[in-house]
Design a binder for this molecule. Structure first.
Ligand code: ZN
Length: 505
């Protein structure tokens, strides 16, 4: 039995090394690779992915899992193992089961279809013409239904798709949480729209030179505790964070000289992800448990830093002097309060990635409801644009005139990533609940933020969340850290207070 565990760890170690190598190739592709290298790079990456898949589904694993007494009813295996060992077996068994239940022919078909669909999606979005993308979307939905059947489910075919990104969480649980969030959010947006308070945003659309923005980004990363001997910051078209090794975390950002928030808040966001990846405890580092508990938890780390810390008045009381010193001409006569209001202006808009903290989650609820109906066969792809407009009108009070501003705006569906969207909002909800717990357990933390000292935030997150990696499933981690299961009340309370003060209600 001990031998089975050792063998399984050996395979896991190789998977991790291959995955980090593949991540290096992808990182390079997004940052420095010359365009001419694209074709061979794709081959290199898919070769590595094939090797990873072969190790995940290694036939010898079947005997190892049976020696460890791991099975679908008891994925964590024999009770006599330690907590960490059982968590490792649980996650390894989950990965093995998902990997072996889908026939290789289906995996290949999905990869080919998605790769083609992404290309078509780019063209369709350019032309703002959903009919070009429709046959590809239909094929993707058909394949996802087959994948859901292979993986198995008791309740909803959406469950096994969600499980890819938010392990151990069910569609029903997401529905319950979103249902409690939806109406209060719609009402809050209405109150803001109705308020006569007009926010002056001109301060953030002045010209902020790229090199100076970079300098300020680096100062903030340093204050957040990002370790530059274990990571770096570069530029890419779409910001992301990736892990190339346990001591090598790469962040990227992009610059817009005429809109200050893009780069700084993107950088803070990615650093939130990066600190999580830097913080896995010594017992779990370098293996399957040295990973996020779920995408929702990962996103909670980025959103907590970006929104609850970075977009707070406290943060700007601490950092505004440094900001005006860095951009002396641009911010003449601007106060922390005006600046704070400008970076927190709320207005319903069509594009998710440009949405503010309040309306953002309505964009997610819309996508979650539509993709669930598509997978359940309750909505045909042909009716998607009309359904999108109807939901958008209901939730945001506005509807897109063009497909490019509606149903074609996100890349996710063209990649076959159904079940991904909810993790963004789960991240916001976990973030608010974690932040509230941090404030209760460490009452002085906000006074420190106001002084520009962010160390207590990082160390609380590291001690309570980062150190555990994937040892506990997201739901259990949440209960351990905050004393209760995921509760959207914390997020709603946070929004009511913050935006009530800004908009005067
Ligand atoms: Zn993120």
């Amino acid at each position: 039995v001990e031998q089975a565990l050792e063998q399984l760890k050996g395979i896991d170690k190789e998977i991790l090394l291959l995955a980090h190598t593949a991540a290096l190739l992808s990182w390079d592709q997004e940052t420095y690779m010359p365009v001419g290298a694209l074709e061979e790079r794709s081959e290199q990456i898919s070769l590595l992915q094939g090797l990873i898949h072969r190790r995940i589904t290694d036939p010898r694993c079947a005997d190892m899992f049976s020696a460890l007494e791991a099975n679908p009813d008891n994925p964590a295996g024999a009770a006599r193992f330690s907590e960490i060992e059982r968590a490792f077996v649980r996650e390894a068994f989950r990965r093995y089961s998902r990997g072996t239940r889908i026939p290789e022919s289906l995996v290949v078909e999905m990869a080919r279809t998605a790769s083609m669909a992404q290309g078509v999606w780019v063209q369709a979005r350019k032309a703002s013409d959903f009919s070009m993308f429709k046959p590809h979307l239909e094929k993707i939905i058909g394949l996802l239904k087959q994948i859901a059947e292979c993986l198995g489910y008791t309740d909803s075919p959406y469950d096994p798709l969600l499980d890819e990104y938010e392990p151990w969480m069910t569609t029903r649980e997401v529905e319950d949480v979103f249902c409690r969030l939806k109406q209060p959010l719609v009402e809050l947006v209405q109150k803001i729209v109705d308020s006569d308070r007009k926010i002056d945003e001109s301060v953030i659309t002045a010209r902020f030179p790229e090199q100076t923005q970079l300098r300020f980004n680096l100062l903030v990363l340093k204050a957040m505790g990002f370790e530059f001997d274990r990571g770096r910051l570069d530029v890419s078209a779409h910001p992301f964070t990736t892990t190339l090794g346990v001591n090598d975390i790469r962040l990227t950002t992009r610059y817009n000289e005429k809109f200050f928030p893009t780069s700084l808040f993107g950088t803070i966001h990615e650093c939130g992800h990066g600190l999580y990846e830097l913080g896995f405890g010594p017992r779990i580092k370098g293996g399957l448990l040295g990973n996020a508990a779920s995408l929702g938890i990962h996103e909670s780390q980025s959103r907590l830093w970006e929104n609850m810390v970075g977009r707070s008045l406290r943060f700007w009381k601490g950092f505004f002097p440094l900001l005006s010193e860095t951009f002396p001409g641009v911010l003449k006569g601007v106060t922390p309060q005006t600046f704070y209001e400008a970076i927190n202006a709320v207005k319903p808009s069509l594009i998710r990635v440009e949405a503010d903290e309040v309306t953002y989650n309505l964009h997610i609820i819309l996508r979650f409801e539509l993709e669930k109906r598509l997978i359940a066969g309750e909505l045909a792809a042909a009716d998607l644009p009309a359904a999108w407009k109807e939901e958008s009108k209901k939730l945001l009070g506005i509807e897109p005139a063009a497909d490019a501003d509606g149903v074609l705006q996100d890349v996710h569906w063209s990649m076959g990533a159904f079940g991904y969207f909810p993790t963004y909002t789960l991240g916001n909800l976990y973030a608010a609940q974690f932040y509230a717990a941090m404030r209760r357990q460490q009452p002085g933390v906000e006074a420190e933020i106001e002084k520009g000292n962010l160390k207590p935030v990082r160390s609380w997150l590291a001690d309570n969340i980062h150190v555990h990696g994937a040892v506990y499933p997201a739901g259990e981690l949440c209960r351990r850290v905050t004393g209760e299961k995921l509760n959207p009340g914390f997020f709603l309370e946070y929004l009511e207070k913050k935006f009530g003060e800004i908009y005067g209600f």
